[in-house]
Design a binder for this molecule. Structure first.
Ligand SMILES: Cc1cc2nc3c(=O)[nH]c(=O)nc-3n(C[C@H](O)[C@H](O)[C@H](O)COP(=O)(O)OP(=O)(O)OC[C@H]3O[C@@H](n4cnc5c(N)ncnc54)[C@H](O)[C@@H]3O)c2cc1C
Length: 305
């Protein structure tokens, strides 16, 4: 007979692991699947995660795994390929060619950052190419900042990084609205009608960005505004999602399908580590209550028969 567990958590970033920690401590049989690196592995040191500022992602995630496992969660290094809802309210989870039955599903699958196609971008991602000053603005404060990327977010990104340095140049051929232009002018942000085509290093230090016009711009920190999309199609196959594939949920992580929950970057692209961890702690009791109601319903059926 196939094994049935209370919860399958998909994804072992901080969101999935904090959900697993809660559920394991609540005595719920919990299997966590993880098929690859967490988004935080792009950096060498995590920031703004209270108690862990400056720690390596490996340290943070190893400790989180150890804690969940210590209370009985099982973690399997496998990609979940598909999840099928069954008539009896259970879910068939297929990972590594082997099926497993689960009463509830927690999707903690994260997101994918869509990097622009410029030279050296993969190598620079998470080090010289920065995504949010909340994470590492402090480390480069008052440096020469260059901002480029997805047009719709540029004015916001430039104004935001301006809080960490007065020296900000936006490189874009995009025409800003009057409101955006006025805000950036008041903040002393320069705009340059050009396109970033590459990153220039001296040794392992970023010194400039290259532009389409051939003029390098000296910089200490390059900030890129990005699009992102859901890292997995599992939500799309199970519940309502938005146009980028992120699960639509209520504040507790419940999706449109009973028994399926989504947390962390899988339903909130702006979630930092602390928010992602909190979403796992929030969903834990909600999943437990769902399991309690399910148990009651099954017992009423047996009693009535
Ligand atoms: C460059 C960069 C720097 C950052 N720096 C910071 C920082 O300093 N501080 C901070 O608070 N936040 C930072 N963040 C944000 C942080 O990475 C996210 O908030 C956090 O990783 C979200 O956690 P999560 O658990 O939701 O997703 P993730 O950590 O991305 O975990 C999702 C997991 O699900 C797995 N997965 C996906 N699909 C499947 C599947 N089908 N089957 C099995 N497993 C699957 C993935 O392999 C991954 O391990 C940074 C982000 C970036 C891009």
């Amino acid at each position: 007979m196939m094994t049935t567990v209370d919860t399958v958590v998909v994804g072992a970033g901080v969101a999935g692991l904090s959900a697993a920690l809660f559920l394991a401590r609540a005595g719920r049989s919990t299997v966590v699947f993880d098929g690859g690196p967490s988004r935080i592995h792009a950096v060498e040191e995590v920031r703004e995660y209270i108690g862990f500022d400056g720690a390596s992602p490996t340290t943070v995630l190893r400790q989180a795994r150890d804690e969940a496992v210590c209370f009985g969660a099982e973690i399997r290094s496998e990609m979940v390929d598909r999840i099928d809802p069954l008539d009896d309210g259970l879910f068939s989870v297929l990972a590594g060619g082997k099926p497993l039955l689960a009463r509830t599903i927690v999707l903690a699958t994260g997101l994918v950052d869509e990097l622009p196609a410029i030279d050296g971008i993969r190598e620079a991602w998470g080090t010289d190419l920065r995504v949010c000053p909340c994470f590492d603005g402090h480390e480069v404060r008052n440096g020469r900042f260059v901002v480029f990327g997805v047009d719709a977010r540029l004015a916001h990104m430039a104004s935001w990084v301006r809080m960490w340095s007065p020296d900000v140049t936006v490189v874009t051929r995009h025409a800003f609205t009057d409101v955006e232009a006025e805000r950036m002018a008041l903040l002393g942000i320069r705009t340059l009608a050009d396109e970033v085509t590459g990153l220039i290093h001296e040794g392992d230090r970023l010194v400039a960005v290259m532009t389409a016009s051939g003029d390098p711009i000296a910089t200490d920190a390059a900030w890129v505004s990005l699009e992102s999309r859901a890292a997995s199609d599992l939500a799309r196959s199970l519940c309502e999602v938005d146009e980028l594939g992120f699960a639509k949920t209520d504040a507790g992580g419940a999706t449109s399908r009973p028994g399926v929950f989504a947390i962390g970057n899988a339903n909130e692209p702006l979630a930092h580590l602390v928010h992602a961890a909190a979403s796992g702690t929030t969903v834990g009791p909600i999943v437990t209550m769902y399991l309690l109601e399910r148990m009651l319903s099954e017992r009423r059926t047996v009693k009535a028969a």
